[in-house]
Design a binder for this molecule. Sequence first.
Ligand code: FMN
Length: 218
Amino acid sequence: MTRFMPLEQYPDHRLAPVLAERRSRRTFAARSLDARTLGQLLWAAQGTIDNDRRTTPSPHGCYPLVLAAYCTRVEGMAHGLYRYCADPFGLQPLVADAFRVDALAIGEQPWLNEAAALVLMGADTGSMNRHFADQGAERGARFVYLEAGAAMQNVLLQAEALSLAAVGVAGIKEHAPEFQQALGEEVTPLLVLCVGMRDGAAACQGAVRGHASDSSRA
Ligand SMILES: Cc1cc2nc3c(=O)[nH]c(=O)nc-3n(C[C@H](O)[C@H](O)[C@H](O)COP(=O)(O)O)c2cc1C
């Protein structure tokens, strides 16, 4: 007979309530995000701690992730595209002529247009493959995908802890020139995080709508 051992947990211990509350939230209020909140989300993804470490784990401490922010409604920041820098912590404005949010995602994903800001994430998978070639030809790319997932979760949990709305979109058109504009030439686009203020009453509707309507998404 198979033995079964019931488990218990600590539902109130530090991170547990945030983990339990987290949802992919695809409905955003029309209000602006403040720049410090955007900074907090970017720090959650790739912030420096103890000088040489970051908020997301990285194999060999390579930290290959490249982040950009496309700000539509962020107080004190002009509408446009910015490259994120972990150290010094800040954003560098980029020229973003004809940046089309519609070009980024596969299928109908209106939350990209409705978010106050997008965080675009990518990495130079080629250089990671070369770095980890002794472990296998595609090992570096595999590590990048794992790290990107960890960074995405950091942002989603930080957004939840701040009572924001956020969803990670990996159903993307990676060949869209907008990604190159945002992340640079050698960088493989990996995902887009849509973030914004939570629209109280409708906070969970978007998740239902988004999940059921388009099978081309992950
Ligand atoms: C790798 C990955 C890719 C995803 N891609 C999309 C996407 O393209 N569009 C979207 O709206 N949600 C996307 N999601 C969010 C999932 O749809 C969502 O996590 C799932 O429906 C479970 O809901 P929950 O996050 O609220 O628990 C993705 C999630 C993951 C982990």
